[in-house]
Each structure stands twice: as C-alpha cells, then as structure tokens.
Design a binder for this molecule. Structure first.
Ligand code: ATP
Ligand code: MG
Length: 241
C-alpha cells in the first residue's frame, strides 16, 4: 500500500474523521447537547482512550463512531465512507464490516456457544459456514479459549466472556475496535488481563478507541482525549495530524 507522505512524515490512513459533529436530544422543551461540535481525526494503528466526567458525551460519541447513531449535524467519515449519505441498511452493513464493539456488559448471546457467538458477525457478512467456523475457532484459540468452544457465556467468568467479546469484535477484521468501559465489570486482575489483550492488539497494528474512567487503562493508550460537556478539552499523546 503506498504511504501518504507530507512534510517528511509518513501518515497512516485516516480511520475516523469527525467534523463539527453535534448530537442533540430534545427532552420536553429542553435541548441537551450531548456533543457540541467535535472535530476528531484518528489514524490507523492509534490506541485512543476517551475520558471525561459522567454525562460528558463519551457513550454518545462511541455510538456515533460505531454507526449506532447519527450526528444531528456535522460530518462523519469512517474509513473513507461518508456515513451521512448512507441509508439505515447501508449503515448496518458498514457497521458489520468496519466496526468491532466491546461493551462493559459483554452483550453475548447467552444460549449460544461461544463459537456461535463469534461466528455471528461473519454470518451476517455472508462468510461461508466452514470459513467462519475456522476463523472463530482461531480467534478463540488466540484468546486462550480453545478448550471452551462449546461452552455458553453463562458458564464462563467475566474475563473469559470479555475475551469472547473481543474475539467477536475481531471477526470481520474491522477498521476500528470500539470499547465502552471494557473493564468496568471486572476485578483489577481480570481487567489487567483484558488490557494486555488490547495492548497486544495495538502492537499488531489495530486501531482501538476505549472509553474509560480508569487512569490505568488510559496509561496504556497512545493518546488520551478528554471530553467535558460534549467538547474535546484535551488531546494528548497522539501523533500531530
Ligand atoms: N437518549 C437520550 N435522550 C436525552 N438525553 C440523552 C440521551 N442519551 C444521552 N443523553 C444526555 O447526553 C449527555 C451525554 O450522555 P452520555 O451517555 O454520552 O455520557 P457519558 O459521558 O457516556 O456518561 P457516563 O460516564 O455516565 O457513561 C448526558 O447529559 C445525557 O443525559
Ligand atoms: Mg457512558
């Protein structure tokens, strides 16, 4: 792939570009500005932590990054795709192809085996049965769960469930992995184990955005963004864009 060269520096490709993104909610007669004009560029391979007080807009931002929600105004370009031009169906396809989610509460299907849970996004993507089973098995083996393939999520510990969720997030080789408080429901040691996995993913070149209250998590990130009242008030550690 040809590298884009400017001013002597090599810039990896832009995975996320937000321009003047506003997300407001109308509640009765009040207008809540959950995001009040966010400009943000994230390049391939960055590990970004998003921090900020409760209600500052972190989850709202993640929902927009993950195409679960749309801006009220402004532009969002995800891996070269202008999200506002897409129909809801096209948006679902882009979400499936380009975004891997890891949630605080895991969001796995409790009655399905972990193998089936990891296969699911690949099923939606139309990947043939044998290929998706092979890939799901491989991802779960990489997460240290190769001996648990036939288990169901309720039979696993919190850390194991989160590793299943990470395997599922990786299934379609997404452009970006989004995690909202991925260690929020885990004890310190288990949380540290999950963090090591994110570090490993970062080292292997993945693009990761994590919302966290935990300074420990943020210390592992290559860039820390602080949100207050729906606006970015600090942005540290990233390569100058
Ligand atoms: N569906 C909604 N309707 C109305 N207001 C909303 C809605 N969702 C979020 N908000 C408001 O938008 C603001 C940002 O919410 P958001 O959930 O993004 O915060 P957060 O930073 O994720 O907080 P926390 O750390 O508590 O998870 C808050 O003031 C919240 O009350
Ligand atoms: Mg939140």
């Amino acid at each position: 792939m040809p590298a884009e060269v400017s001013e002597g520096a090599v810039h990896p490709r832009e995975v996320v570009r937000l321009e003047k993104v506003v997300r407001q909610y109308i509640v009765g007669s009040a207008v809540v500005r959950a995001l009040a004009g966010v400009d943000l560029v994230i390049h391939e391979g960055e590990f970004v932590a998003i921090m900020g007080p409760s209600g500052s807009g972190k989850s709202t931002l993640m929902h927009i990054l993950g195409c679960l929600d749309r801006p009220t105004s402004g532009h969002y370009i995800l891996d070269g795709v202008e999200v506002e031009r897409l129909s809801d169906n096209q948006l679902a396809v882009i979400r499936n192809q380009k975004v891997g989610f890891v949630f605080q509460e895991f969001n796995l299907l409790p009655r399905e085996t972990i193998l089936a849970n990891v296969e699911l996004p690949m099923m939606y993507a139309g990947i043939p049965r044998r290929e998706r089973a092979r890939r799901a098995r491989q991802l779960l083996e990489e997460m240290g769960l190769g001996k648990r393939l036939a288990h169901r999520p309720p039979e696993l510990s919190g850390g194991e469930r989160q590793r299943v969720a990470i395997a599922r997030a990786l299934a379609n080789a997404p452009a970006v992995i989004l995690a909202d408080e991925p260690t929020g429901n885990l004890d310190t040691n288990t949380g540290a184990e999950i963090l090591r996995i994110f570090e490993e993913l970062h080292r292997s070149g993945r693009t990761i955005v994590v919302v966290t209250h935990d300074p420990n998590v943020a210390r592992h990130a290559s860039r820390v963004i602080r949100l207050v009242d729906g606006q970015i008030v600090a942005d540290e550690g990233g390569a100058a864009a």
